[in-house]
Design a protein around this ligand. Sequence first.
Ligand code: 7RM
Length: 654
Amino acid sequence: MSAIETVLKEDRVFPPSEEFVKQANISGMEAYKALCAKAEQDYEGFWRDLANEHISWHKPFTQVLDESKAPFFKWFADGELNISYNCIDRHLKDKADKTAIIFEKDDGTSEKITYQQLHDKVCEFANALKSLDVQKGDRVIIYMPMITEAVIAMQACARIGAIHSVVFGGFSAGAVKDRIKDAAAKVIITANESVRGGKRTPLKATVDEALANGDCPSIEKVIVFKRTDTEVAWTDNRDVWWHDIIKGQSTVCEPEVMNAEDTLFILYTSGSTGKPKGVEHHIGGYLLGAILSMNWVFDYKPSDVYWCTADVGWITGHTYICYGPLAVGATQIVFEGVPTYPDASRFWQMIEKHKVTTFYTAPTAIRSLIKLGADLPEKFDLSSLRLLGSVGEPINPEAWMWYYEKVGGSRCPIVDTWWQTETGSNMIAPIPGAFPTKPGSCTLPLPGIMVDIVDETGNSVPNGQGGSLVIRRAFPSLLRTVYNDDNRFVSTYFPEEFGHKLYLAGDSAARDEDGYIRIMGRIDDVLNVSGHRLGTMEIESALVAHPLVAEAAVVGKPHDIKGEAVVAFVMLKGDRPVGEEAQKIAAELKAWVAKEIGKIAQPDDIRFGENLPKTRSGKIMRRLLRSLAKGEEVTQDTSTLENPQVMEQLSQSI
Ligand code: 7RM
C-alpha cells in the first residue's frame, strides 16, 4: 500500500452526541454549509458581517478587503480598535468579577485573577512601559516563563500599540540575540528564572549573554520579573525590576487607538532557508480569526473552563491563550509546569481540580503520557470535559483513539486543528457540533477558508491523491509580511510557480473519499519535533559554526513520541572519529547546538562520515540521508555518487 493509501484507509467515524449537537454554537452540517455558501457567494460581505458582529470597533471600517497591492492584502483597513480593549475592557460591564486566569504554578498551587484585576495589572504595566518611553510601534521582546505576567506583558504592549515579539523561554542566548537584532527591539522583558518540572532555568543570565559585548545596541531597558528568590547579576541604568517600575502606576491606561492594519506582533518561525522569519500579524484580521475559532471550533460557552497547554512562545499560546480566550471573555488556565511533573498524571489531576471543560494539547504530549501511564486518566474524575483539541502535528489514529476513549470518555468531540504561525488561527478543523470526526483527520476547512490541494501547476488534485496544501484566497488572519523582508514573504508564501496567487502552506496533504483532509507532513526542509518547528538549515548552520565541523546535513526520522527526531550527518575537518572519540565529539556537538539554538534543536543521533553522499555536481543527496536515518535498506542507485563508500559509514549510529 502506498503512503497515501495507508493514511486514507481510516474508516472509523465518530459523530457528535445528540447532546453536544443540541448545545453547539453551530449545529449540524447544514449550518456549516450555509456559512460556506455565504462565503462563496459574497466573500467580502461574509467577513464584513463577522467583523462587525464580533469586534468592538472604536471607529467602524468602511472597506473590507483591499487587494490593490496583492499579495500584500489589507483587511478592514480604515477601521480603528484596540485589541486589549477587546480582550479586557469590553467585558468589565458584566464580567468584572469573572475569573479570567487561573494560574497554576509548577508546584501545584494556584491563584485566580478576575477580569477587573487583569485590567488593573495590564494598565499598571502598560503605564510602566510608557514611563520607560516605550511608544506606539516600538518593538518589545518578551522572554518569559509561562506565568500570568507573560500574558500581562503581551496585553500591555498591545494596549499602548507597542509590537511584541515573544521568544520561547527554551531558546538560547544566540536565538534571543538574533531576534532582538532583527526586530531592533527597544526593551526586553524577562524573569530572573523560570520554574518548570521542579527545575530552574536562568532567563536573565541568558539575556545578559545575548546583550554582552554591545551586540544589541537597540536595547535600552531590561525589565525583570522576580519569579524566584535567586539573585541575578545587575546592570545599573539598564536593568529594572518589574515590581519597582509598576510601583505607583495608575491602574487606568486608556487603550491607544490603533488602525486595524497596525502591527500587533512579530513571531519568529523556522523556514527551509536562512534564519527564522519574523511572521508579522496585524490587529484586526488576527483578532477576528482568534474569536471565530473560539466560537466555531472550541464551541466556546461562558461557563467553560478552558485550558490550552501551549507556551506563549509559540503561535498557539498567542492565539489560544493570550488573545482568543480573553477576547471571548473565557475563564482559562495558565500553566507554568510540564505534563510529567510531579508525575504523568498532572494534566488529569488538573482537569479534575479545576473542572476543565475544554482541553487543547499536542499529540506529542498525548503520546508521551500514553507511554508513561495509559491507565492514569481513569483514576481521575474527568467528567467536566466536553471538548478535546489537538494541534501542532498529525495525530496518529492510536493516540487519537486513546485520547477519545480514555480522556474524553467517548463523549467529547476531538478537534484536530490544522493551522500555522502564518495563518494566525485554525484553518482546517472540525466544527464539533456539525462534523463527524475521523481519527487522524483535521476534517474540513472552516467557513471562508478556501483550502485546496494542488499539483505542481496549481491544479486541484482529485480525492485520494496527494498534493501541496494551498489556500486560494486571502483571509483576515493571514500574516501580512515577513518583518523587514517583503521579498521573502512573496517568494515563500505566494511563489511565482503559482502566479503569486495561492498561499503555499508548505505541507502535503490528501483528501479521502468524503473530502476529509489528512496532513502528510512538510514538503520543505522543516522538521516538526514534538510539535516545534525547526529548520534543518538552522541546525546545519549551528553545526558548521563549530570549529571541528567541515560540513553537516540534518534530516528528520520518525520518532514514536516526538513525531520526528533530528539526525545529523557530519563531516569533520580532521579524520573521521571512531569509538570513544566519536562519542565524545557527538556529545560536544549536541551541547553546542543546544547552546546555539536551544535544547529542542539538539540532534538525537549524530553520524560521522569522511564525507557526505553527494552527486557529481556536489549536491548533498538528502533523500538518501533520510533513508539512512530511518535505517532503511538503501535501494536507490548509489553508483552516480561521487563517494559511495561513505554510505556504510553513515548508516551506523554511534
Ligand atoms: C499551530 C502550529 C505549523 C506546521 C504545519 C504542519 C504542522 C500543525 C497540525 C499540523 C497536522 C495538525 N504552528 N501542523 N497542526 N500537522 N495536523 N493538526 O503548530 O507554525 O508551529 O507549525 O505544523 O506541518 O505546517 S507552527
